[in-house]
Design a binder for this molecule. Sequence first.
Ligand SMILES: [Zn+2]
Length: 221
Amino acid sequence: MTKAEALKELVKAGKKIAELGYVIGPGGNTSVRCGNTVYIKASGASFEDCNPKDYVGVDINTGELVDGKRRPSCETLAHLACLQAGKGIGAVVHCHPIYVLAWGMGGKMLRACNPEMVTIIGSDVPVMKYTPSAGAPFAKKLQKYIKDGYNAVIIQNHGIFVAGDNIRQALYRTRLIEEGIKTTVTAKILGKMRYMTSKEWKEIDNAEFEDYRRTLLKMKG
Ligand SMILES: [Zn+2]
């Protein structure tokens, strides 16, 4: 992916995140990998107003600024940790959706309640205990979840980090998690719970048409 493509996708995804109400003002950040450079939102920039110059390039290994003059997001280390988790991860979305925040307070693993959650999220979603997100201890803890095979992690009293092959996939995952929580909470109110069984999970995971949908998601939008 070229720098111009990365910046275009970051701007587009940021506007969508703002439109969905997943952050307020300068909250949240996104990143896209371009070889050894990671483009990430500059500190203090608000998604709804962002244009390409609000994103800066940092070295994936050192976090050093290599493209641009502004200070990168204070959560850059967390993004780099996800991108280096070694599963072909090309993008990370971090935001604060309201239902994700509420679910995080309960501390329970979020399980799939529909086939799209199985196919597109691709894992259950754990809740990590609150840790200040700006430092290396947070980044290390977060990376462990991604290395363990989770594609998204809810952070108690904060928000969510979602990894993806590209930013489109990471954003779809984020939206499915927020919607999945709404469904789960509504089902709890109605009093009956039923999640996808592991047999159903396997069937969906192996279905040819789901494979096709997954392939489409890897394409550029
Ligand atoms: Zn945050």
